[in-house]
Design a protein around this ligand. Structure first.
Ligand code: ATP
Length: 221
């Protein structure tokens, strides 16, 4: 197979409820560590089993747009939020493959906690053939083969790339890990602080806090 012509593109899915500096540093550092041309943020639609009474998918998307607008290497893909049906990562990757072509190297960015649960994702085996996976370290979630379910551990061992430069040499199929600045920030922690009327400042962009205040989000009442 001939080599992909463009730099690898990072794909970063998440609930982003709300987006915070852990997410933003992950994307920023992935560009540098993995040699990405950019990162496409893909906020998830509202999964049916998850209760988000106050924050709509459109509001989560709005917060991602506000946080990423000033970075020319970031773009936002609203398709999952706009879709009527619940969306999964594999159909999204298939759509992006159609859009970007078979040669484009795609790198799905996931935190270590998300990677540990990958084998429960819809059609996860197909996912590994549609994109590379780059796993970032996250406080409290070691990336260890011994802590992964068997089939994922086998895939990890087989597909692991020793060198991130290899991400540019094939469109999909490899797994890499990368160390990022460790930030023990979670959206859960931020939602709890806000529900208790405590400060969440410096955990997420001021523009997002302003949006949260203006729209009275994450309040307990
Ligand atoms: P919640 O607390 O609601 O579960 P979260 O903070 O984990 O949310 P998500 O939107 O679920 O955020 O995460 C999207 C992606 O970002 C996942 O792959 C997750 O592993 C990663 N991620 C989130 N926070 C961090 C962080 N502080 N460091 C590294 N990766 C992170």
């Amino acid at each position: 197979m001939s080599e992909p012509s463009r730099e690898p593109l990072g794909l970063f899915g998440g609930t982003f409820d709300p987006i915070h500096f852990g997410h933003l540093r992950l994307a920023e550092e992935a560009i540098a560590h993995l040699g990405l041309g950019g990162v496409r943020w893909i906020p998830a639609g509202n999964p049916p089993h998850r209760g988000t009474p106050q924050v709509t998918a459109a509001q989560r998307l709005a917060m991602v747009l506000r946080s990423t607008a000033d970075n020319p290497r970031f773009s936002v893909d609203p398709a999952e939020v706009e879709a009527a049906a619940p969306s999964y990562t594999v159909p999204t990757l298939e759509r992006l493959r159609r859009e970007l072509g078979p040669q484009q190297s795609l790198v799905l960015l996931v935190g270590a906690d998300a990677f540990a649960g990958l084998a429960s994702w819809h059609r996860w085996r197909d996912l590994l053939n549609l994109a590379h996976v780059a796993v970032s370290h996250r406080p409290g979630f070691p990336v260890e083969i011994s802590s992964l379910p068997d089939e994922l551990a086998t895939a990890f061992a087989r597909r692991r790339l020793a060198d991130t430069a290899a991400l540019a040499k094939a469109p999909a199929g490899g797994i890499v890990t990368f160390a990022m600045t460790q930030l023990a920030i979670s959206a859960t922690q931020i939602r709890k602080l806000l529900a208790n009327e405590l400060s969440a400042r410096y955990l997420l962009p001021d523009a997002v806090l302003d949006y949260i205040r203006t729209h009275s989000l994450y309040r307990n009442t």
